[in-house]
Design a protein around this ligand. Structure first.
Ligand code: LMR
Length: 395
């Protein structure tokens, strides 16, 4: 019946499968964006375990959630995005739906935009997360890219970014990374965020902020600074949150989609379409991940524990950035990797070519995405030396 060619393996998740199948004891996974601790494990956070124990004792039903999910999750999501008791929340200008992961939030956003802005083009950074284009194309949009990464300078191509932003046609949709740009680790400067706010206002662009790494850059509040430039300018925005990384809830698939509108009435109308879109995809969200996040954020002790665990993850990644840069310098590497210390979050663009990436995989069992993106959170004190040795060899 189906005369299909094989679909290409996913560049990120497909690599995880190849890694799992590798039986070499010294294999190193710097592919998929999953946090690993100093022993190479992806632990369940202590706050999460405590919340799960609480839920096991107190959960009284497995009946369906409503289409937008748990009200407590929505309220806590807005507090993380805007701050406690923010006017956008109290005036009803922001509405939040719980979604299956950040990917689910983006897909709901895409289907919602198909209802609200069907003729728009979607603009993504060059490069961007491998799945952005697929999600928005699957919803029927044309996806184009704006300049972002300056390969030679290993930094933001601010001039290119500004020029391309200014040329985006009126009414289009711009996807921005709230912090910890995936894959480059290079974030927009305050200057660039201000330009986004100005151009979006002039041209009535819809900004969709993909906020998958809140807390992995400089801190929960610091990381929302760019988003707040847009909010302070009074823009309507969509925000896709993920709790995969900052709560370590990868396989619970928990995220949220927030719409911010000019008025409470406009927000209500937008939210009704968002709910219609959700009903047609998965009806209502799974409960467990949302219940965990809402339990933790609603309890002062658990919340403090989580904030401290998140800080530990952030600091470990930063320490590994520094250790890697030093390790390469110690090996008199042909390349100065100092730029990695300026990048934020889980990822870095290493500058390794696809040929070098494939050679590292074949010779050293080191798994890196073809673009040269490294998951810094996969570096540990134990694998640092073999990793630096192998990269020095391949350069
Ligand atoms: C990544 O970029 O590695 C993560 O966001 C996981 C994924 O789904 O691709």
């Amino acid at each position: 019946m189906f005369h299909l060619d094989l679909a290409p393996a996913d560049p990120i998740l497909g690599l995880t499968e190849t890694f799992k199948a590798d039986t070499h004891p010294g294999k190193i996974n710097l592919g998929v964006g999953v946090y690993q601790d100093a022993t190479g494990k992806t632990p369940v956070l202590r706050a999460v375990k405590a919340a799960e124990r609480h839920l096991l004792d107190h959960e009284s039903t497995k009946s369906y959630l409503s289409i937008p999910g748990l009200p407590a999750l929505a309220a806590q999501t807005q507090a993380l995005l805007f701050g406690e008791g923010h006017a956008l929340t109290t005036t009803g200008r922001a509405k939040t739906a719980q979604t299956p992961g950040g990917t689910g939030a983006l897909r709901v956003a895409a289907d919602f935009c198909q209802r609200a802005l069907p003729t728009a083009t979607v603009w993504v950074s060059q490069p961007t997360w491998a799945n952005h284009q697929a999600i928005f194309e699957a919803a029927g949009f044309a996806v184009k890219s704006y300049r972002y990464y300056d390969k030679a300078a290993q930094s933001l191509d601010e001039a290119g970014f500004m020029a391309d932003l200014a040329a985006i046609p009126e009414g289009d949709i711009v996807i921005l990374h709230g912090c910890c740009h995936n894959p480059s680790g290079i974030d927009l400067t305050p200057n660039a965020w201000a330009a986004v706010a100005q151009v979006a206002q002039q041209k009535r662009l819809l900004c969709l902020v993909d906020f998958a790494y809140q807390g992995f850059g400089d801190g929960l509040e610091e990381d929302r600074a760019g988003l707040h430039v847009l909010l302070n300018a009074g823009l309507s925005v969509l925000i896709a949150s993920s709790y995969s990384k900052n709560f370590g809830l990868y396989n619970e698939r928990i995220g949220a989609l927030t719409v911010v509108e000019d008025t409470a009435d406009a927000a209500e109308r937008a939210f009704s379409h968002m709910q219609a879109a959700i009903r047609a995809i998965y009806s209502s969200p799974p409960s467990h991940g949302g219940a965990i996040v809402a339990t933790i954020l609603g309890d002062a002790t658990l919340r403090a524990e989580w904030v401290s665990e998140l800080a530990d993850m952030r600091q470990r990644i930063r320490a590994m950035r520094e250790a890697f840069v030093q390790g390469m310098a110690d090996r008199q590497s042909k390349v100065d990797f100092g730029f990695i210390n300026h990048q934020k979050g889980m990822f870095s663009f290493s500058g390794l070519t696809e040929t070098q990436v494939l050679k590292l995989r074949a010779d050293d069992h080191i798994y890196i995405v073809g673009s040269g993106r490294i998951n810094v959170a996969g570096i540990t004190p134990a694998n640092l030396d073999p990793l630096c040795d192998a990269i020095a060899r391949v350069l």
